[in-house]
Write a protein that binds this ligand. Structure first.
Ligand SMILES: Cc1cc2nc3c(=O)[nH]c(=O)nc-3n(C[C@H](O)[C@H](O)[C@H](O)COP(=O)(O)OP(=O)(O)OC[C@H]3O[C@@H](n4cnc5c(N)ncnc54)[C@H](O)[C@@H]3O)c2cc1C
Length: 503
C-alpha cells in the first residue's frame, strides 16, 4: 500500500532540511523526507579518516544572508562553545608569493613587469567600459571589461579554469553579482606606488565554523530538531510519476504526495519522470542533457604531524591559479577547529614524507601535535584528471607551493570524488531552467530546488539552499514568491531579516 502525504521532500541536504524545517514550523504533520544516504548533510557533510582527521566536502564556510537561517543554526547548536569565530585570512599564490585576497586590489606585491601589465589592462578595461554599448555576454568578456588583459592572464582565466573545469568563454556572467570585486583603478595605482595592500572585502570577511564534527555536524544537529519519524534514510527515489503525484523508491514502495520538493539533481529528476506526455519529457531531458553543465570535485585531505608552521600561520583558505599544483583551493582545515585533528596525545605512524625522496620514515607510532590541509580539484570532460595519481600529484603540489616541506610528516590521507560538485553557470543554463522549472511547478506541483535541483551556483551555498527549501514550501502552500530562486542579486545584495516566525 502506498504511503500518502501532503508534502514529500526528497533529500536531507540543506535544501531538503530547509523545506522540512518550514513544514514543521507550520505545525503540519502530513509530510515526509526521504534520502538515499544514511544520514543528513548531502554535500555539506564531513568524513573522518581512520586516523581521526575530519574533512568536509571542500572548504565550507558559512556567510549567511538570512536571519531565518541563522535562527535555525543557533537553535541546532545553541552553545557559545559550539562555534569558533574566524577572521578570513585568504591569499592567492602567484609568482611564488602570497598575494592577499582580493588579488586585483593587491598587485603591489607582484614583480614590476606584472604590475605594469595589470595596470595597463585595467586602463584599457576602463576605456572599454566607457565605450561599451552592450553588456558583456560571457564571463571572459566580463573579465576583460572589468579587469583587463593583465589580470585576466595572470589570475582570472587560469584560476577560473581550474575551478570550473571549462574555459571562461563557455560561461555566462549574470551569476557574478557580489562575488567578484571590481578593481578600483585609483586605489590599485596608489597601493602599487605606495607598496600597500588593501584590506578585507566582501560578505565573508568573518565566518563561524562548528567546533565539533565539521560542517556535517551542523546539518545532523538541524536534522535532530525535526520529528525523527518523518525522516527516512537509505531510501533512494528511482521514479517520479508527475501526473500520478507518486514517487517510487528503490525498495519498490511508493509515496503519494500533493506537493513534491525535490533536491535531487534536476537532470536525474527529468530522466526519471513518467506520467507526462512523451514530447514534454523528451524536451525537458534534451534541455537538461545539452544545456545543464556540471563539474566533479575531488577533495584531497592531508593530516600532518608537527607544530603549525609560521609560513601557514592563521591562513584560512588559499587560491592557486598556476599549474605547479592540481588544486585551485587549499583550506588549512585544522585552523577552523582544533577538533578537526586528533589530539596531540594520539600516537600515529608517519605514512610518508611529503617528498618521498627524503627517505622512508620509521613505522613507529608517535604523538602529535597535528595539523591538516584540504585541497579541491575540479574535473570535467574538458579538464580530465588522472584519478590514480591525484593524491600523489596533490602532495607534490603542496611541496611546490610551500604548503608542505619535503620532510613534512604525513600521517593521514583522504581522497574522495563528488559528482556533481559545481553547477556551472553555462551560457545556455538559464534557457534550460526556464523551460523546465516552471513547467514542473505549475503543471505538476514539483518544486525542484537546491544546488543541483535548481542548478544556480549564485544561490547554491548552504544558506541559499536552505532558504530555497523554505521558500519552495511557502510557494507550494501559500503561493508566495521565491526570492532566492527568482532574484539571486536581490538576496545576495542585502541581509534578509524576515524570520517567518508566524505565517
Ligand atoms: C566543493 C564545495 C565547496 C562548497 N563550499 C561552500 C561554502 O564555502 N559555503 C557554503 O555555504 N556552501 C558551500 N558549498 C555548497 C553546499 O554544499 C550546498 O549549498 C549544499 O550542500 C546544497 O544542499 P542541497 O540540499 O541543495 O544539495 P545536496 O547537499 O547535494 O543534498 C541533496 C540530498 O539529496 C539526496 N538525494 C539525491 N538524489 C536522491 C534520490 N534519488 N533519492 C533520495 N535522495 C536523493 C542526496 O543523498 C543528498 O543528501 C560547497 C559545495 C561544494 C561541493
Amino acid at each position: 500500500m502506498a504511503t500518502e502525504v501532503d508534502t514529500l521532500v526528497i533529500g536531507a541536504g540543506p535544501t531538503g532540511l530547509g523545506a522540512a524545517k518550514r513544514l514543521n514550523q507550520l505545525n503540519l504533520s502530513s509530510w515526509l523526507l526521504v534520502d538515499a544516504n544514511q544520514e543528513a548533510g548531502g554535500l555539506a557533510s564531513t568524513d573522518v579518516t581512520d586516523e581521526g582527521f575530519l574533512f568536509d566536502v571542500g572548504g565550507h564556510v558559512i556567510f549567511s544572508h538570512y536571519a531565518y537561517f541563522d535562527d535555525v543554526l543557533n537553535e541546532a547548536l545553541p552553545e557559545k562553545d559550539d562555534w569558533y569565530e574566524h577572521q578570513r585570512v585568504s591569499y592567492v599564490r602567484s609568482r611564488n608569493v602570497w598575494v592577499p585576497y582580493p588579488f586585483q586590489n593587491n598587485i603591489s606585491v607582484l614583480p614590476t613587469e606584472d604590475q605594469v601589465k595589470c595596470i595597463e589592462g585595467m586602463v584599457d578595461a576602463a576605456e572599454a567600459r566607457f565605450r561599451a554599448s552592450a553588456p558583456p555576454k560571457t564571463f571572459d568578456e566580463w573579465i576583460l571589461r572589468m579587469m583587463g588583459e593583465g589580470l585576466a592572464d595572470l589570475f582570472m582565466r587560469p584560476y577560473n579554469y581550474k575551478v570550473w573545469a571549462v574555459p571562461t568563454t563557455h560561461m555566462q556572467c549574470k551569476w557574478l553579482g557580489e562575488r567578484v570585486a571590481a578593481p578600483n583603478l585609483k586605489l590599485v595605482i596608489s597601493n602599487t606606488l605606495n607598496k600597500k595592500v588593501a584590506g578585507n572585502w566582501g560578505p565573508n570577511a568573518t565566518f563561524r565554523f562548528p567546533a565539533r564534527d565539521g560542517t556535517g555536524g551542523i546539518w545532523k544537529a538541524v536534522a535532530k530538531t525535526l520529528p525523527q519519524d518523518r525522516l527516512k534514510y537509505g531510501k533512494k527515489v528511482v521514479k517520479v510519476n508527475a501526473e500520478g503525484h507518486t514517487a517510487e523508491l528503490d525498495d519498490g514502495t511508493t509515496i503519494k504526495y500533493k506537493n513534491l520538493v525535490s533536491t535531487m539533481g534536476l537532470d536525474y529528476l527529468v530522466n526519471n519522470l513518467e506520467g507526462i506526455d512523451d514530447a514534454t519529457v523528451t524536451q525537458m531531458q534534451t534541455a537538461a542533457k545539452e544545456r545543464l553543465v556540471y563539474s566533479s570535485t575531488h577533495v584531497i585531505g592531508i593530516g600532518i604531524r608537527g607544530e603549525l608552521p609560521n609560513r601557514i600561520g592563521d591562513k584560512c583558505w588559499l587560491y592557486f591559479p598556476e599549474d605547479d599544483c592540481p588544486f585551485y583551493r587549499a583550506t588549512i582545515f585544522s585552523n577552523y577547529s582544533p577538533n578537526n585533528c586528533p589530539q596531540s596525545s594520539v600516537k600515529l605512524p608517519t605514512l610518508q614524507y611529503a617528498d618521498p625522496a627524503t627517505g622512508t620514515p620509521s613505522s613507529d607510532a608517535k604523538e602529535g601535535p597535528y595539523w591538516s590541509l584540504m585541497m579541491e580539484v575540479s574535473e570535467s570532460h574538458l579538464k580530465p584528471v588522472n584519478n590514480e595519481t591525484l593524491l600523489a600529484d596533490t602532495i607534490r603540489g603542496c611541496v611546490n607551493t610551500q604548503l608542505l616541506l619535503p620532510d613534512s610528516e604525513i600521517v593521514s590521507t583522504y581522497h574522495r570524488k563528488f559528482t556533481p560538485g559545481y553547477p556551472t553557470p553555462s551560457l545556455e543554463r538559464d534557457s534550460a531552467l526556464q523551460e523546465i522549472l516552471p513547467a514542473l511547478a505549475d503543471r505538476f506541483n514539483i518544486f525542484s530546488r537546491g544546488r543541483f535541483g535548481s542548478w544556480k551556483y549564485e544561490v547554491g551555498n548552504q544558506d541559499h539552499s536552505f532558504m530555497l527549501g523554505v521558500e519552495a514550501v511557502d510557494r507550494a502552500l501559500f503561493g508566495s514568491n521565491e526570492m532566492t530562486l527568482e532574484s539571486p542579486d536581490f538576496v545576495n545584495g542585502r541581509r534578509n531579516t524576515e524570520r517567518r516566525l508566524a505565517h
